[in-house]
Design a protein around this ligand. Structure first.
Ligand code: FE2
Length: 137
């Protein structure tokens, strides 16, 4: 799954969330494609920062919509988000904190796989509650 792109099987039925999922997968693919050389350290750092920021924005939106929709398994879903956000933040902190640390592409790949699975299995569970009959820009 090292170059997964978004497709309809990942749709959660809410356009803004689908857009954000697409964007996050693009960020992962960008990281995986950028390769690791000392020369592109700044580029990787910027990509990691974008990923970190975008994960926070996306999870906040998704969580607000789940609350609005009265999604019953919120705690479990929030725990999954906290885990993932913590892993991404840890990866960035480790990479930025030590010039000799190489970016762990194996971890990026694991996180991406986790994220794809999260969309297909965990996010899919909120479909009946979120965005039903409501317009989202
Ligand atoms: Fe989620």
């Amino acid at each position: 799954m090292d170059h997964v792109v978004w497709d309809e099987t990942m749709s959660v039925g809410v356009p803004v969330l689908d857009d954000e999922h697409r964007h996050l997968l693009r960020l992962f693919n960008g990281l995986l494609e950028s390769g690791i050389t000392p020369a592109n350290r700044e580029e990787l750092s910027a990509l990691l920062a974008s990923l970190n920021d975008y994960v926070a924005v996306h999870f906040a939106r998704e969580e607000a919509l789940m609350v609005d929709g009265g999604y019953p398994d919120l705690d479990q879903h929030l725990a999954a988000h906290r885990y993932f956000a913590g892993e991404v933040a840890g990866l960035q902190a480790e990479f930025d904190g030590d010039n000799t640390t190489m970016l762990r592409m194996d971890l990026i790949l694991l996180l991406k796989d986790w994220f794809v699975e999260h969309i297909q299995q965990t996010d899919a569970l909120y479909k009946p509650y979120v965005g039903q009959g409501r317009a989202f820009a």
